[in-house]
Design a protein around this ligand. Structure first.
Ligand SMILES: Nc1ncnc2c1ncn2[C@@H]1O[C@H](COP(=O)(O)OP(=O)(O)OP(=O)(O)O)[C@@H](O)[C@H]1O
Length: 294
């Protein structure tokens, strides 16, 4: 199937705990086009894993809307979400072993994922050998998962994640335990799946290099989209409620309480901070439409 779009509108997630509520996501606005590859990056505890868990339907948001393709996740029953996960949405959890049966062969791991998906209607399944080719494990179908090197095991987990031909693949920290070579192989496998199948791919990662390689890196900061990097350029992002997060180093120059004026007199938009054009204070302001091609 072709890639699925992902849309988040004002998504909020609150964990209820005895010690007090934790606001993990405080209003995420995001659109991912079909067939895009995106990394969620950001500091520990910023909300990346929570966001990917909501996209996977493993949890439901406290407020806001999560859309996957034509589905409004909030309107689906638990049974419909379970069917979606494992067919149209592939999920690869952090730690390759959690996605695999270690004593079974690669072929059997893929077969099991496909058998689960085949129980639902309308799923056309790929040849397991073709799936292994996509992740660089062609010809190794008889190998037991437990015998594979860590990088190959992570790619085996990807193979299981794409076994049913999902339109969206969600992957949590695929390179965290790997050396540079293993990381390159995993990123190459993701690129190949994306190029050959048009699958939309979302990866949570601490590795900035993985973010750069995927082309679009969305920085989650304090439970919101803090910034975006596209093809090596960094952007601040205007959220659905009109707020914009500035990087911490820029906030040093424009602390909370700074007064901005929006001047439209020159036909464009100029920001004046405390009466001075922002550019003169060392920050150039360039805007582009969110959906403009990169
Ligand atoms: N089950 C939970 N109960 C209560 N609070 C939680 C729970 N899971 C996560 N949190 C809190 O929610 C916030 C966001 O956590 P989350 O795991 O989504 O961040 P993260 O960016 O993925 O972090 P990391 O990179 O360390 O995995 C953090 O403050 C975290 O402590």
């Amino acid at each position: 199937m072709t890639g699925l779009a992902v849309t988040c509108r004002r998504v909020v997630h609150i964990y209820r705990a005895d010690a007090g509520d934790v606001v993990a996501l405080a209003g995420v606005d995001l659109h991912i086009a079909p067939g895009e590859m995106v990394a969620f990056v950001g500091p520990s505890g910023s909300g990346k894993s929570t966001l990917i868990a909501l996209l996977a339907g493993l949890m439901r948001p406290s407020a806001g809307r999560v859309g996957i393709g034509t589905y409004d996740m909030g309107k689906l029953s638990d049974a419909e979400i379970s069917r979606l996960r494992g067919t149209e949405v592939g999920v690869v959890l952090q730690g390759a072993a959690r996605n695999l049966l270690p004593y079974a062969s690669l072929h059997r791991n893929i077969w099991l994922a496909q058998t689960r998906a085949a129980g639902t209607r309308g799923v056309k399944l790929d040849d397991p050998e073709r799936i292994l080719d996509l992740v660089g494990l062609g010809g190794q179908g008889k190998a037991k998962v437990g015998q594979l090197a860590p990088g190959a095991r992570q790619r085996a987990a990807l193979a299981v994640g794409i076994a049913a031909g999902p339109g969206l693949l969600l992957v949590d920290e695929p390179t965290s335990q790997l050396d540079a070579e293993g990381r390159d192989e995993v990123v190459h496998a993701l690129e190949t799946v994306n190029a050959e199948r048009g699958t939309t791919i979302v990866v949570v990662t601490h590795d900035g290099e993985v973010g750069n390689r995927l082309g679009r890196a969305v920085t989650i900061r304090d439970g919101r989209v803090g910034a975006e990097g596209r093809d090596g350029q960094d952007f601040a992002v205007v959220a659905g409620d009109g707020t914009i997060q500035l990087p911490p180093e820029v906030l040093g120059e424009f602390p909370p309480g700074t007064l901005f004026t929006v001047d439209r007199s020159n036909g464009g938009v100029t920001l004046l901070a405390n009466g001075e054009p922002v550019g003169e204070q060392g920050l150039d302001v360039a805007a582009r439409q969110a959906d403009a091609p990169v």
